[in-house]
Design a protein around this ligand. Structure first.
Ligand code: HEM
Length: 180
């Protein structure tokens, strides 16, 4: 068992970040999906109540993940050559960008808003007397929309894993599952 990544597989830290974040992102979509389908119910209120804290945790984890990716640069499994490899690299870059932009916009809105913001009970922003429009507008316009686009990208990511496993049979999943 290794902590850091190698050319043949991902280490413990990368795998914990990958699967932990996958679970938390799924949580966000299940909650918001149920809100869309069911409207206001006690179950939906429970999920909605966890949305901002879990999103804030995701923000911290994506920063950590970016730093860890940099620290492991040059020692990770490489993408395949050619167009497929380039598409994979672009797809992963886009996933990182969205995972950073979506909570960042929401946090900027929380900072510029009038409501106190205290994820997990930790006071982060006290809440303003007057809302800062330039800080709240981007999330009002884009947070939900970008999040649903991230949802589509995640589905594409899963579809590519199925393709790797079932058609190309190149052991891509094994590297992230710790079987290599
Ligand atoms: C990666 C992290 C996050 C994901 C994947 C995510 C995802 C989503 C989704 C799918 C929606 C539903 C949009 C709709 O109703 O059409 C939503 C709404 C919302 N999210 Fe997040 N979110 C994240 C982080 C955050 C954070 C950190 C906060 C608060 C600081 C937050 C606050 C809100 C609020 C207030 C709404 C309802 C208003 C709106 O649609 O903008 N979210 N989010």
């Amino acid at each position: 068992m290794h902590w850091r990544d190698t050319h043949t597989g991902y280490g413990l830290v990368t795998r914990a970040l990958h699967w932990g974040m996958a679970a938390l992102i799924l949580w966000q979509f299940v909650g918001m999906g149920l809100r869309l389908l069911l409207g206001r119910t006690p179950l939906v209120s429970f999920f909605v109540g966890t949305h901002a804290p879990v999103g804030t945790l995701l923000f911290a984890l994506i920063l950590l993940r970016g730093c860890w990716a940099l620290a492991n640069r040059g020692r990770r499994p490489s993408h395949s050559a050619g167009l497929v490899g380039m598409a994979a690299q672009a797809g992963h870059g886009l996933l990182y960008l969205m995972m950073l932009a979506i909570p960042s916009l929401a946090l900027l809105r929380a900072w510029g808003g009038t409501r106190p913001f205290a994820p997990f009970g930790i006071p982060v922003f006290p809440g303003r007397e007057v809302e800062l429009g330039w800080a709240t507008t981007p999330a009002n316009l884009l947070h939900g929309e970008l999040a649903w686009i991230l949802g589509v990208l995640v589905l594409g990511h899963v579809a590519m894993v199925v393709l790797h496993e079932r058609v190309w049979r190149d052991g891509t999943l094994a590297r992230m599952a710790g079987r290599r």
